[in-house]
Design a protein around this ligand. Structure first.
Ligand code: SF4
Ligand code: FES
Length: 250
């Protein structure tokens, strides 16, 4: 029962995945901790309290505490989400915490999302590909407002990895670009400053590691803490890919 439902002071039980891959003696296991719930307690506050008062060796990541840095993604009762913006009052008395799957485990709840995101960016070359050399004297080019807004939508991704962890395909295919990767590809595909041809984009995205790997289960859309329009992103990529395919035939 959540705090909102019970309305009473609660003692919370946290069952937390523990494992240190650097320690040959360490075995993966769950460890339970109990603390009293405080008003407006977030998982960030609860985990800090556990680390400060019960076990200083507990590993987890937080930086901004306000859904900006993307470092605190974790599985909370089986669902990937940001620890910093999850209130214990919205959770039952027993909270099970696991690290995000797909990413390399650093220890306990801490994972290395950075390497995954860097490899994804390098593989899809997710940066502006201009044909002309940069001219610092040139006037700034104007961009249509709606297009700028669409690109900004894609840029709102904080690379927390929640969508990747929720994706059945990303869990079994390490080469899949994943929801965040496809979102990043779409962001550059719609940017007029990126002058890759349709055929070049076709190579990047039109395969089972790209948009055609997506099975359409859309858990990513449900868990994204920034509510990015991932459904629209995949529709955009599929449409563009088909246009590129037909252009290649003519
Ligand atoms: Fe996180 Fe959403 Fe970006 Fe995925 S698309 S990494 S869930 S912010
Ligand atoms: Fe930065 Fe949660 S601590 S997103």
């Amino acid at each position: 029962m959540t705090k909102k439902e019970s309305g009473k002071a609660r003692r919370l039980r946290f069952e937390i995945f523990r494992y240190n891959p650097e320690d040959p003696e360490s075995e993966p296991h769950m460890q339970a901790f109990e603390i009293d719930e405080a008003p407006y307690m977030s998982l960030y506050i609860a985990l800090n309290q556990i680390r400060e008062t019960l076990d200083p060796s507990l590993q987890f990541d937080f930086a901004c505490r306000s859904a900006i840095c993307g470092s605190c993604g974790m599985m909370v009762n089986g669902r990937p989400t940001l620890g910093c913006r999850t209130l214990t009052s919205d959770l039952p008395e027993v909270v099970r915490l696991h690290p995000l799957p797909v990413f390399k485990l650093i220890g306990d709840l801490s994972v290395d999302t950075g390497t995954w995101f860097r490899e994804m960016v390098e593989k899809s070359e997710a940066w502006i590909h201009a044909k002309e050399a940069f001219d610092p004297q040139a006037k700034e080019a104007r961009m249509d407002d709606d297009l700028a807004q669409a690109i900004y939508e894609g840029e709102r991704c904080i690379e927390c990895g929640c969508c990747v962890a929720s994706c059945g395909v990303a869990n079994v295919n390490q080469n899949f670009a994943g929801p965040a990767g496809l979102n990043r590809i779409a962001r550059f595909m719609m940017d007029p400053r990126d002058q890759r041809s349709d055929a070049e984009w076709f190579e990047v995205v039109s395969n089972s590691d790209g948009v055609f790997g997506c099975l359409g289960m859309m858990a990513c859309h449900d868990v994204c803490p920034k509510e990015l329009p991932l459904l629209e992103v995949y529709a955009y990529l599929r449409r563009k890919t088909l246009v590129a395919a037909f252009a290649g035939r003519s």
